[in-house]
Write a protein that binds this ligand. Structure first.
Ligand SMILES: *[C@@H]1O[C@H](CO)[C@@H](O)[C@H](O)[C@H]1NC(C)=O
Length: 481
């Protein structure tokens, strides 16, 4: 029976929300597909085999010894698009403050990684734009370079996020450079000659310098860029640009890398930013631009996407960092979409995962009106812009089951026992050793029944507890003693 003092401490812990503060005793938090649990404190796992009763049982194991140490976690979050900025700014000031605290601090998801769109993406209201359109005319001196209203609002929102979360890592990705830098002369509208005009390769590089300087002037340090979102995706109905793998490597090695360094920026350049089915692309970029690139960014949209591709890539590039930088959430995706696209990459050497997108309105927008844009992408948060209210969607809770309990610097541990049947039901798990010695174990149950899970550690401990039907349960275990 717990002492009165322990009970009071536990009550105090609950009153401050689900934080990592109470290290002395194990804790568990759950979010379920049906919304019954939303980061809710639930029965903590017990030492030993416990009492499954007539529940189904499942065995997991983790290697918490140094031989089981894998990658170090940097963070989790989502894409801050123009849509996100517009709908967040439609909230009353006090509501926006509450929302940002929920997203960026341990009052909520504690996101520490954000990707933002450098000018238009498909999730921008009309018209599409870049930071130097100049009426389509060549502007080699960047006399028309300007963040504009939307770029300025983007920088200001990122600055607010950074002030709430000093550990925030920010990645920037463009959907297209200014039209005048391209062979077809336009941001969107045609897939013909939808390529960089290499006569402007040095301006292409300088555009990133101007962008980094402009955001810096708003107090925002950009930690990393990719030079092109989805370089193998050329579409007419939204801003895109096709970039070949060797072209990308050359541009980084010859132009973008040197331009950034010459301007005093040590901003990282991440390769690729596209699907797992063409690993030869980032390999080529790494081979050609190893002086500047040590990180690969992956998206989730390959047919039969398999995150095992990241482990394969790791095995031939053991010192290269990897991130899952884009996967969508929608009214049409399953309750466990965000849990899957965070769990899978973490199990396969990714240092973080990013949802597409952070916020939209109730009509999954605003977005460009052309034929290419995502019209069913729903943010982790939806904003009712007329009522001035927001709703945290199931995808927010599923990401928070990881981000809230896996701190920056946590080491992912090798583990076994995760399995999903071809019909879809299964248990998937990932565990970390945290900087303070505590361990986090995230367990996703896609069975329609509760499962009693028993976890053994290489250090000789056994922990057991119930994982509810169609839910993610996160255990926080005290440091091994
Ligand atoms: C399932 O396990 C939980 C936790 O031990 C227990 O409370 C519950 O009674 C069990 N259910 C059944 C049907 O045995």
């Amino acid at each position: 029976m717990p002492s009165l003092k322990l009970a009071l401490l536990a009550a105090a812990g609950a009153a401050f929300g689900a934080t990592l503060h109470a290290r002395a005793s194990p804790q568990a938090y759950a979010s379920s597909g049906d919304g019954t649990y939303k980061l809710s404190p639930v029965a903590a796992p017990v030492r030993g085999a416990g009492s499954p009763g007539s529940n189904s049982t499942w065995k997991l194991s983790i290697n918490d010894q140094s031989s089981g140490y894998k990658q170090t976690v940097n963070g989790f979050g989502a894409a801050v698009t123009d849509a996100t900025v517009a709908v967040f700014n439609a909230l009353p000031a006090d509501k926006l403050t509450t929302l940002l605290q929920e997203l960026m601090t341990d009052a909520g998801a504690n996101f520490k990684l954000m990707r933002h769109t450098i000018a238009s993406s498909d999730l921008s209201a009309d018209p599409a734009y870049t930071y130097d359109d100049n009426g389509g005319n060549v502007d080699t001196s960047f006399s028309s370079f300007n963040l504009g209203d939307r770029g300025t609002a983007m920088a200001e929102l990122l600055a607010k996020m950074k002030s709430l979360q000093p550990d925030l890592t920010i990645l920037g990705s463009p959907w297209s450079p200014p039209g005048w830098m391209k062979l077809n002369g336009v941001i969107d509208g045609t897939t013909v000659n939808n390529n960089l005009n290499h006569a402007y390769a040095s301006q292409f590089a300088q555009y990133f310098v101007k962008y980094l300087q402009a955001y810096q002037s708003h107090g925002v340090t950009i930690d990393a860029i990719t030079i092109q979102n989805e370089p193998l995706n050329s579409q007419a109905g939204m801003p895109t640009m096709y970039v070949y793998a060797d072209e990308s490597g050359n541009l980084i090695q010859q132009n973008v890398g040197p331009a950034l360094r010459a301007a005093g920026f040590n901003t990282a350049i991440w390769a690729y930013d596209h699907n797992t089915d063409v690993p030869s692309y980032p390999q080529t970029v790494l081979n050609e631009a190893s002086e500047y690139v040590n990180t690969v960014a992956w998206h989730c949209y390959a047919p039969n996407n398999n995150w095992g591709a990241l482990t394969t890539f790791h095995n031939s590039n053991p010192n290269v960092d990897q991130y899952m930088t884009e996967c969508w959430t929608s009214t049409t995706t399953a309750w466990n979409q965000a849990a899957d696209f965070t769990m899978g990459p973490l199990q396969n050497w990714a240092k973080g995962a990013l949802a597409w997108t952070l916020g939209t309105d109730k009509s999954e927008g605003p977005h460009l009106s052309g034929s290419g844009p995502c019209t069913t992408c729903r943010g982790l948060v939806t904003i009712d812009t007329s009522a001035g209210t927001y709703n945290l969607e199931v995808d927010y809770y599923m990401m928070a089951q990881f981000s809230k309990f896996i701190p920056k610097g946590a080491i992912v541990l090798d583990g076994s026992g995760s399995y999903t049947y071809s019909g879809g039901g299964g248990i998937q798990s990932v565990a970390t050793l945290n900087p303070d010695g505590s361990r986090t174990v995230v367990i996703e149950n896609t069975f329609g029944n509760a499962v009693y899970v028993t976890l053994t550690t290489a250090g000789g401990e056994t922990w057991s507890g119930l994982v509810y039907a169609n839910s993610v349960v996160t255990w926080v275990l005290p440091a091994a003693s």
